[in-house]
Design a protein around this ligand. Structure first.
Ligand SMILES: Cc1cc2nc3c(=O)[nH]c(=O)nc-3n(C[C@H](O)[C@H](O)[C@H](O)COP(=O)(O)O)c2cc1C
Length: 166
């Protein structure tokens, strides 16, 4: 199936900017994909340890934080969906789960991309299946330091997955 740029959607959550760099580069390479940032109504604390505490509380209790980003009214138009986030607690932040929970993504081609500091393995795919019954086709993980120049890794990954890019 040939997927056109206007059927590609990039969703991302980023606390300190690394995942945003990946999302923006992905957007450049996909050329024309829609990009939407996932934002919580209540920002996470700036202090790392406090943010860790909140993320732990949300993840262990499967709490879905309220969001303040735009609503996607034409989800039916998108076939390929790229969801980006930082690895939190070895998994996907609950803000992302909260977002995805509001849409019917059955039959979509779902890809995830994430940035991390030390977790070369994470539980995001398992948790997206357990929490939302979503199946991820493939995952691109980039260590935070390498998100400054992610172009080559992203290009390789798109090619491996035979995803239509520029
Ligand atoms: C609350 C919190 C939890 C985190 N948990 C992990 C983790 O389990 N494993 C890991 O490798 N990095 C962890 N990190 C580091 C981030 O995943 C990493 O710095 C990432 O690149 C940040 O992306 P961002 O700038 O888009 O927020 C954590 C960071 C925060 C703030």
């Amino acid at each position: 199936m040939i997927i056109m740029a206007n059927q590609q959607l990039i969703l991302y959550f980023s606390y300190s900017g690394h995942t945003k760099k990946m999302a923006d580069e992905l957007g450049r390479q996909l050329d024309g994909a829609t990009e939407v940032e996932i934002k919580t109504q209540k920002p996470y604390p700036k202090d790392y340890n406090q943010a860790l505490g909140v993320s732990h509380l949300e993840y262990s209790n499967q709490l879905l934080p309220n969001l303040s980003n735009e609503t996607i009214t034409n989800m039916a138009d998108y076939q390929q969906i790229f969801v980006g986030f930082p690895i939190w607690k070895f998994s996907v932040p609950m803000a992302v789960v909260s977002f995805l929970n509001d849409y019917d993504l059955m039959g979509k081609d779902l890809y995830i991309f994430d940035s991390y500091d030390f977790s070369t393995q994470n539980n995001s795919r398992r948790d997206l299946k357990d929490f939302l019954n979503l199946t991820v086709k493939d995952e691109l993980s980039i260590q935070s330091a390498n998100t400054l120049h992610p172009a080559e890794l992203i290009a390789q990954w798109l090619k491996q997955n035979k995803i239509n890019a520029k």
